[in-house]
Design a protein around this ligand. Structure first.
Ligand code: CMC
Length: 470
């Protein structure tokens, strides 16, 4: 729709709201978009009462649009996902992760030479500072790889003070070259950081990046190379992981991507913002769900335990992890592709036994009124964990495998945010229900309120408490 038509449409559609506290009536224009029509929340501020503007209340952002974006489009009812307008199914079939990252971050598919240049830039940034590598080695042997990844990303911000807005000035990201450089650094070095976190876990030296391998191939190489002269990951495994990377690269304003914008709005450096977003992704309701799915399948353990598990879910004792989505109220289009990849991977690795439990769970859930009524379908994480398991990844690496590609989406949103004329520091309002104004009471005159202050105690602590202290 052109601007004039859009304006005419906005004039034509509006809400007429009468405030029965004051009798005031306002007209609020309705804006239209491909996704859903909306009103500007600030317009409601014209309805003042006792000096206070009317506000909207929306915990969990169930019905709130907080930015304008051109990066990805989702139709949750129809099960559609597009990156920059291109259906995810086409990208999964025809593209590479590096090309998809270019598309997301720069808005268009690259020409041949642009793709080559982009690929080279990412390759040149695969090496991380030896101090960062050294720092990673100081984690405990059993540190969760996400903990290592998040801390290392945050730590890398200290390696680049010259591009940190806190030190170099707020305007530093107005320089496009500086913005691009951080994109190359972060995207290029992520597989190295991720593979280092894995190598720590298995007690092996970190591998140096390979100069002639593709992004995904190099990642697999750094994870697995031992003392072989030549080590080349299986092309079908590389492609399977590549497709999983494409599927996970972007998903509009999910919890972690919204957080990138939220953090960037404070002006913090992009390394800290990405580390913060990775923290959000780590949670079991978000990117940690694939890990949670695997733990759930292991806990079920046998087909005969599924009915009891489903009963527990319906009794609200448990969640069926890998099911449900804030946006999709239909089969997640990514889950369909992931299910196909699972079988391609099994052809090489052999079948992962947990797939039987996953398929049976899906079958029962999709025919049970509890799940049908709530429109709960498998999401991208339902089958991806089973593939990662078949590929030999330890469960705690799963969220890392989600984070690497999702960083492409986060960087696309960061770049879009930096160029967004409407951007402003994110600062929601609250509904205060605490005490009215009251005076400070000196400790001797205070009444004691029953407040729960206990915390859990280890057996060691209990033993120590039996000791005689002096
Ligand atoms: N198992 C059982 N019941 C569920 C589930 C589930 N996985 N998900 C939602 N429900 C129920 C929920 O109890 C509620 O029931 P009722 O209306 O009777 O109270 C109803 O379905 C609506 O759920 P909701 O919590 O209002 O939905 P939401 O949009 O707030 O939550 C979700 C979305 C993804 C957090 C949730 O479905 C969930 O926790 N799923 C399991 C975790 C998971 O697989 N997360 C990965 C999401 S996809 C990858 C990503 O984007 O990160």
């Amino acid at each position: 729709m052109n601007r004039l038509a859009l304006y005419a449409n906005q004039l034509a559609h509006h809400l007429t709201i009468t405030d029965n506290r004051t009798g005031k009536t306002i007209e609020v224009p309705i804006s239209t978009s491909r996704e859903s029509d909306f009103i500007h929340a600030t317009k409601l501020g014209a309805l003042q009462y006792q000096g206070q503007p009317l506000r909207v209340y929306d915990p969990g952002y169930m019905n709130t649009i907080c930015c304008t974006s051109k990066i990805s489009y989702i139709d949750g009812d129809k099960g559609i996902l597009e990156y920059r307008g291109i259906p995810i199914e086409e990208l999964a079939e025809k593209s590479t992760f590096v090309e998809v990252a270019y598309l997301l971050i720069n808005g268009e598919l690259p020409s041949k030479s642009q793709l080559q240049e982009w690929d080279e830039k990412l390759r040149k940034h695969t090496f991380i500072h030896t101090d960062a590598s050294q720092m990673m080695k100081s984690f405990r042997y059993d540190a969760h790889p996400m903990g290592m990844l998040i801390s290392t990303l945050a730590a890398i911000s200290t390696f680049h003070p010259e591009v940190n807005p806190a030190l170099a000035g707020e305007g530093v990201y107005k320089n496009k070259d500086i913005v691009n450089k951080q994109i190359y650094r972060i995207l290029g070095s992520l597989p190295t950081i991720a593979s280092n976190s894995f190598r720590n876990r298995i007690g092996r030296e970190h591998n140096m990046p390979h100069e002639n391998m593709s992004y995904v191939e190099n990642f697999l190489y750094m994870l697995d190379k031992l003392n072989e002269k030549e080590y080349k990951p299986h092309p079908k495994i590389t492609r399977a992981l590549e497709v999983l990377f494409i599927l996970h690269a972007e998903h509009e304003l999910n919890c972690s991507t919204a957080f990138v914008r939220h953090l960037s709005s404070s002006g913090v450096d992009i390394y800290t913002a990405i580390a913060g977003a990775a923290g959000a992704l780590y949670g079991p309701k978000h990117g940690g769900a694939n890990e949670a799915v695997l733990r759930m399948l292991e806990e079920i353990g046998d087909l005969k335990n599924i009915p009891q598990f489903i009963k527990d879910v319906k009794d609200r004792k448990k969640l069926l992890m890998g099911f449900g989505h804030r946006v999709y109220k239909n089969y997640d289009p990514r889950a369909k592709i992931v299910k196909q990849i699972a079988y391609q991977v099994f052809e090489i690795t052999g079948k992962e036994p947990l797939i039987e439990i996953a398929i049976e769970l899906e079958k029962i859930a999709l025919s049970d009124p509890y799940f049908i009524q709530r429109k709960l379908y498998p999401n991208v994480d339902f089958y991806s964990g089973v593939i990662y398991r078949a590929l030999g990844f330890p469960t705690d690496m799963f969220p890392v495998l989600f984070t690497i590609p999702r960083v492409a989406g986060w960087l696309a949103h960061w770049k879009e945010y930096l160029n967004d004329k409407e951007n402003n520091i994110v600062r929601p309002r609250q509904n205060y229900v605490g005490p009215e104004k009251r005076n400070y009471v000196p400790v001797e005159q205070r009444k004691e309120f029953p407040i729960y202050l206990e915390s859990n105690k280890s057996s060691r602590q209990k033993r120590r408490e039996t000791a005689t202290l002096s």
